[in-house]
Design a binder for this molecule. Structure first.
Ligand code: NAD
Length: 513
């Protein structure tokens, strides 16, 4: 459409006959394999991209290795200045980039803008961080000795990202890694490569203006093959991979086998607990945003709602009445709250999960249809579903990346709800709605939620960049973004300095020669 053509022009999306970029140079592929990218929004072909192969991969790694030798010598605050400029450039491109995210991935425009805002926020965070890569100093047990630790850059950081946050996840990793002195090789999801091409162009403008070399920010467009190259490559000391638990297990094993570092951000099975002491209206709003936002395709999507029996029916009724009126349609249209699923494969996992959960005894309360007709030509629009279920059902135990909310009843104490919440393999995000301090504190205590994120009177999704983001158990254990998550992008070195003329040994060991 004219609108999308304008967006692509504004973002200077060219070079679609290239399979990789090392910053300024866009490389022509040797493989000639291409992939058509269709928008889940209207089913139209947006563009075809080239898929990188092993030769392209080698070229990128060679450039990245060269660039690392230069970049690591640039003082960290000066590296931060480059990130400041990238953040400013993202501010300029916020509207078109947000639109492209929305059109290529299918999330509503508001969420597309939010995703770009997250990129801007992490740039700001990284700029400040560039002057705060602190190590500790320690008192030595030996006289006339000094001890301290410093953090050094690691080298090449491989970033494998998922389709559902096609730009933010890269920026969380890339901006921190860059101020830490690392160089980045990004393999975006093969489902959303155009957003990545757009980001690479934005970064290239800044690199060009600052006369920086090739190889600091690299992009490889490809499928799982490229991810596997990175996972098995000793030249890539850290692989940060975001995606399904299935993918994370493969990447984790490959990286572990060579004793590299893996940062894994995998699937969630997030729950909100609503106790009898909850502000029900707040709980309902948070649940709806968490369950149907991004059409249920966030790693932090609310998948289970664990409700006290005393308020269960009231909550069920309210949710059904809201779901009946959900505006579903073109995510670029104002007022629409639910866009499409990413592709038809996602639609079949949605329908398959609904069928299976009903066979297991679940009761479909609302939704579950695949929409067709005008406005829904792509075949990827569905009506979000609510299912009454039990936590132990196989379907409930799995993450189906679609808008299915399982309604689960609990009785008695809040501990019963917490036990249900923790009884899944994943451990990403969790929330409780309660105005009772004893309940909320128990939820946050060490015998409470076992997740990486635990919220009170806030839903499971929509994290801020200032905190460390990630989860436990099959979510992979990695932490990205704020707090001290930067440490994984650096190697720690402990230094002991003797400024005396004797050579005392630690632990008082005598060793006279
Ligand atoms: P996916 O696992 O299919 O793909 C993710 C990325 O991994 C893609 O770039 C893909 O090409 C690559 N890949 C797949 N198999 C690989 C392998 N064996 N080796 C190396 N790379 C491989 O996931 P998806 O469908 O794009 O995204 C949805 C999933 O991502 C959900 O499970 C969601 O919960 C998860 N996710 C997690 C977070 C988080 O921070 N925890 C954030 C976003 C998405």
């Amino acid at each position: 459409t004219k609108e999308i053509k304008e967006v692509l022009d504004k973002l200077n999306i060219k070079e679609l006959n290239a399979a990789y970029s090392t910053g300024l140079v866009w490389g022509k592929p040797t493989s000639k394999v291409t992939k058509d990218i269709f928008s889940p929004t209207d089913g139209r072909l947006i563009a075809s991209v080239c898929i990188a192969d092993k030769n392209d991969y080698e070229e990128v790694i060679t450039q990245a290795e060269k660039a690392f030798k230069i970049w690591r010598k640039v003082p960290a605050p000066k590296r931060g200045e480059i990130i400041r400029q990238i953040g400013d450039r993202l501010r300029l491109y916020k509207a078109p980039l947000g639109k492209l995210v929305s059109y290529e991935m299918g999330k509503i425009y508001q969420e597309g803008l939010g995703e770009v805002q997250e990129m801007i926020d992490i740039c700001d965070f990284a700029v400040g961080l560039s002057r705060q890569l602190y190590g500790l100093t320690m008192h030595s047990e030996r006289a006339e000795h000094r001890m301290y630790e410093q953090y050094h850059p690691l080298g090449i950081v491989g970033v494998i990202s998922a389709f559902n946050f096609p730009v933010a996840v890269w920026s969380w990793n890339a901006m921190l890694a860059a101020v830490c002195g690392d160089v980045i090789v990004w393999k975006p999801s093969e489902k959303t490569p155009l957003c990545a091409v757009a980001c690479q162009h934005i970064v290239a403008e800044v690199l060009r203006e600052n006369n920086l070399p090739e190889g600091i920010f690299n992009l490889l467009i490809g499928d799982a093959e490229i991810g596997k190259f990175m996972a098995n490559d000793n030249r890539v000391p850290l692989v940060s991979a975001t995606g399904s638990t299935r993918m994370g297990k493969q990447v984790g094993q490959a990286v572990g086998a060579r004793l590299g570092r893996a940062l894994l951000e995998l699937g969630g099975n997030n729950a909100i607990i609503v106790t009898e002491n909850a502000n029900i209206e707040m709980a309902i709003r948070a649940t709806v945003f968490g369950a149907v936002g991004t059409c249920g395709q966030r790693c932090t999507t609310t998948r289970r709602l664990i409700v006290h029996e005393k308020i269960y029916d009231a909550i069920k009724e309210r949710l059904i009445s809201i779901y009946q009126k959900l505006p579903i349609g073109n995510p670029l249209k104002e007022g629409v709250l639910v866009g499409p699923l990413i592709d038809k494969e996602a639609v079949s996992s949605f329908t398959h999960a609904l069928k299976k959960v009903q066979e297991e005894g679940g009761k479909l309360l609302i939704g579950g249809q695949v929409l067709s007709g005008e406005g829904y030509e792509s075949g990827t629009y569905v009506t979000p579903a609510i299912v009454e279920a039990e936590n132990h059902y196989e379907t409930v135990q799995e993450e189906t990346f679609a808008p299915i909310l399982y309604l689960i009843k609990y009785s008695g104490e809040v501990q019963n709800a917490i036990d249900i919440q923790n009884a899944v393999k994943q451990g990403l995000s969790s929330a409780i709605f309660s105005t009772n301090l004893l309940e909320t504190e128990r939820f946050l205590s060490h015998w409470g939620s076992d997740c990486g994120i635990a919220n009170v009177n806030i839903g499971t999704s929509g994290a801020e960049i200032g905190g460390a983001f990630g989860g436990e158990k099959e979510t992979g254990g990695g932490r990205e973004s704020g707090s001290d998550a930067w440490k994984i992008y650096m190697r720690r070195q402990t230094n002991t300095i003797n400024y005396g003329t004797a050579l005392p040994l630690a632990q008082g060991i005598k060793f006279e020669v």
